[in-house]
Design a protein around this ligand. Structure first.
Ligand code: ZN
Length: 389
């Protein structure tokens, strides 16, 4: 482990040196005895001593500035923010530092502050540097990360709107929609439902593919207008079929709140007609209990029983509606274990990094991307196994 770290440090320093090397003159100066002594300390894991030498070297030899920029970055990567900040502040204290190097040192210092959680100080520097064209894009990206971490959605929105890419970039618009959804969710928690609805609609207008906006609207309307609520749920299934089982579960849950189930029945029937929709037990049961066995069987007969997974799910679904009193112990256990598979438990898995959790996050806590997490039932997992064979 130690050797890997040392190895990578040597490589990074060497590469950084080659990368930052501004002129041939530096080559002569930089490889002096002190520099080697410092490197030696670093190799022997005596970073404090190495740090002292490199700092001293920086004072006497202006050609080592680039190496120190790299060293500072290295300390930051290792989580030693104090040292990184010290190195970069030290660089900035030099009165003769030329403008480009000063900007570079400021940029690095701002990244140190960001990593150390000193967001105010980081934000200030990134804001100033973003005025310089060559720093603009990366500074704006850092600033967005700061506003996301500090949940300063108003500032995040203002920033995204100021970006040059805003008009034609789907990714930027998708991000903007997420920020509107965040604000909507704050209004909702504060019981300001009308404001929450208005801003979720704005999110959907900004990005018509925003699943979260539809989901929020479905939830808000479920309190007083089931018809509209169900329409928003319905839209989600058209946006992404991975959500169908989860959303159907929500629709049926909504149905329990009202007397007239016709609207739900109509919605479920129309969902079942969507192309390539798999057999969903919840739809069968709803039709069976809310309408009649004949219509429920019609639903089943629309499926190709040579499809193994569909056939497996259908067979089980039919078996579980039959009287189980005559079954012996083993079969009874089997039926019950199937019941667990078909229960409405969902896992939430990130399509981007594979992060798995028990709740639906709109921003992946692991890879920090928005709306990459989808609900999966146990049957979905069986199905994926089938396709990967
Ligand atoms: Zn992820």
């Amino acid at each position: 482990m130690i050797y890997t770290i040392i190895g990578s440090m040597v490589i990074i320093i060497s590469l950084a040196y080659i990368y930052y090397k501004p002129s041939a003159k530096v080559t002569k100066n930089i490889f002096n005895a002190e520099y080697y002594r410092g490197l030696n300390y670093l190799l022997n894991n005596e970073e404090d001593k190495a740090f002292k030498i490199f700092t001293a070297l920086m004072d006497v030899d202006s050609s080592t500035i680039e190496t120190h920029l790299a060293l500072g970055g290295l300390y930051r990567k290792r989580g030693e923010f104090d040292k990184a900040i010290l190195i970069h502040q030290n660089l900035l204290s030099r009165p003769t530092l030329e403008a480009e190097l000063k900007n570079q040192a400021l940029y690095e210092l701002s990244k140190d502050f960001h990593s150390a959680g000193l967001y105010d100080r980081s934000e200030k520097i990134f804001r100033n540097l973003s005025e310089i064209k060559s720093y603009r894009q990366s500074c704006l990206e850092h600033l967005l990360k700061i506003y996301e971490v500090t949940k300063d959605w108003e500032k995040a929105i203002e920033l995204v709107k100021s970006m040059d890419t805003i008009t034609d970039n789907e990714k930027t618009l998708a991000l903007l929609a997420q920020y509107y959804c965040e604000i909507s969710s704050i209004y909702n928690k504060d019981n300001q439902i009308e404001k929450a609805i208005a801003i979720s609609k704005k999110a959907l207008k900004t990005n018509k593919n925003c699943i979260r906006a539809n989901y929020q609207l479905a939830k808000y309307y479920s309190k007083n207008d089931i018809g509209i609520s169900v329409q928003y749920y319905h839209s989600i299934i058209h946006q992404n079929k991975d959500f169908s089982k989860y959303i159907i579960n929500k629709i049926i849950h909504t149905a329990k709140k009202i007397q007239n189930n016709n609207i739900i029945l109509k919605t479920l029937m129309s969902i079942s007609e969507i192309k390539e929709m798999p057999f969903i037990p919840d739809i069968y049961f709803f039709i069976l209990y809310e309408k009649d066995k004949e219509t429920a069987m019609k639903y089943i007969n629309t499926f190709d029983r040579t499809d193994l997974v569909n056939n497996f799910v259908i067979t089980h679904t039919l078996a579980s509606t039959e009287d189980q009193t005559g079954l012996n112990g083993v079969i009874h256990d089997l039926v019950n274990s199937y019941k667990n598979i078909f229960s409405s438990n969902f896992y939430f898995i990130c399509n981007n990094c594979g992060y798995k959790s028990n709740e639906l996050n709109w921003k992946c806590p692991s890879c920090n991307t928005w709306e990459t997490i989808v609900p999966k039932s146990a049957v979905d997992i069986i199905e994926e196994g089938k396709h990967s064979e």
